[in-house]
Design a protein around this ligand. Structure first.
Ligand SMILES: O=C(O)CCC(=O)C(=O)O
Length: 320
């Protein structure tokens, strides 16, 4: 049978039940592929976080949210705006189907990706920004404390889709309220998903335009549906696209897979390239500028030689 949506023709993310720390660290983590973990204790949040409870126990401070009148948020064309809302007002608006009070229209959608106190410097930490709510969340003990990077509260309206992007930290996405569909691509599909920086320009993952994005047909989407209580392990560099089916709340925790000195210390989001990779990319841009001194015919030839050398020296023959 033909899949209704294109991504469903790919692979289903493997699911593991009642995973303890030993099994995660020794069996699942080393595979470096996404995994859905069911039955992990993530705290009382899955029971307690009703709309009323969240309004009473959330932050008294206002939060900066993305507001979008379209279901596919587009990071490249910026089809959304940032606005500030009291946390309880955000919760109410995400829980209602149309709004009496709104910024643009009564069907607009909201997305909170919690930030640190100073979003240019501080990483998000749910214990600091949402101290009451954080008591209800248990972060699975799947990494050492000194590897911890950030814990991010995410709140979103039904049907809102977050663009495909990668992060450079390992990540457990804990689904607390509502269901979410996640589509992932291996880092080895980087050449097939039309990247601009760390984000893909393909917005409609269900029905992509293959005339505009022909290489996408060679990519292998991995997909899963997360229900409350489920955790999704997203290894560093795996691209992910997320759509909330309902009013959705998640917390995700990022941690360091590499040694600390390889990460950019000025990276509050966990998406700046590791220092050697960033330097290598800068070197490549300098190298390409040098080729600009040559006529097109030579530039083309040396460009191809450079690609061959890169492939021979860097391509990894592992999971594909
Ligand atoms: O679940 C979401 O809303 C986005 C998740 C995400 O981008 C992440 O965990 O890095």
């Amino acid at each position: 049978m033909m899949a209704k949506n294109w991504h469903e023709a790919g692979k289903i993310v493997e699911c593991f039940k009642d995973v303890d720390a030993d099994t995660f660290v020794n069996e699942i983590y080393p595979m470096r592929i996404p995994a859905v973990l069911k039955g992990v204790d993530i705290g009382s949040c899955t029971q307690k976080w009703t709309t009323d409870y969240l309004c009473r126990n959330g932050s008294s401070q206002s939060v900066k949210v993305h507001v979008s009148t379209e279901r596919n948020m587009d990071f490249v064309q910026k089809n959304y705006s940032y606005r500030t809302l009291p946390f309880d007002e955000l919760i109410k608006r995400c829980a209602e189907s149309s709004h009496e009070e709104y910024f643009f229209d009564e069907n607009e959608k909201y997305y909170l990706r919690a930030l640190g106190a100073d979003n240019r410097k501080d990483v998000a930490n749910i214990e600091k920004e949402f101290p009451e709510l954080s008591k209800d969340v248990r972060i699975p003990p799947f990494f050492d404390k000194d590897q911890f990077f950030s814990s991010v509260l995410r709140v979103g309206s039904p049907d809102l889709q977050l663009w495909t992007h990668y992060d450079i930290m390992d990540n457990i996405l804990m689904q607390i309220k509502g269901t979410k569909r996640v589509v992932l691509f291996s880092p080895q599909d980087a050449g097939n998903i039309y990247l601009k920086g760390d984000k893909s320009m393909v917005l409609d993952i269900e029905n992509p335009d293959f005339n505009q994005f022909p290489l996408l047909a060679s990519a292998c989407p991995y997909h899963c549906i997360l229900h409350p209580g489920d955790c999704l392990f997203i290894p560093a560099m795996w691209f992910h696209n997320v759509v909330a089916h309902d009013f959705s709340i998640s917390v995700n925790v990022f941690w360091k897979h590499l040694s600390s000195d390889l990460y950019d210390p000025k990276d509050p989001y966990g998406n700046k390239d590791p220092i050697p990779a960033g330097q290598a990319l800068q070197g490549l841009r300098r190298a390409l500028k040098l080729l600009d001194k040559l006529p097109d015919e030579y530039k083309d030839f040396y460009g191809r030689r450079m690609v061959l050398e890169i492939e021979q020296k860097t391509y990894y023959q592992g999971n594909g």
